[in-house]
Design a protein around this ligand. Structure first.
Ligand SMILES: [Zn+2]
Length: 96
């Protein structure tokens, strides 16, 4: 049986993957190409595209699946919605 993954968790994974890609393209542009060359431009644009995709994915997925609150700050570390106190991963109400 596959573990249930919420939209939020899926979005978080997409965001992390895209950030990693953006960093990888950015580093490759800096380290392996010279400024002003076609390769440099292509890698820089690819990095930029990834950053835009990160923002788009964050807008699309990074909201609480229960109350709809948009979660931008702490999206990579938060496990509980600050608004409705439900787990963003399992949807369980967190008892305090
Ligand atoms: Zn919530």
């Amino acid at each position: 049986m596959k573990p249930q993954v919420s939209d939020f968790e899926r979005g978080r994974r997409i965001v992390i993957a895209l950030i990693a890609l953006a960093v990888a393209f950015g580093l490759a542009a800096l380290m392996f190409t010279k400024e002003g060359t076609t390769e440099n431009m292509v890698l820089a644009l690819a990095s930029l595209a990834c950053i835009i995709a990160v923002i788009a994915a964050a807008m699309r997925y990074c909201r609480c699946p229960h109350c709809g609150k948009r979660i931008v700050n702490g999206v990579l570390v938060l496990k509980v919605c600050p608004s409705c106190k439900r787990s963003l991963i399992t949807g369980q109400k967190i008892k305090k």
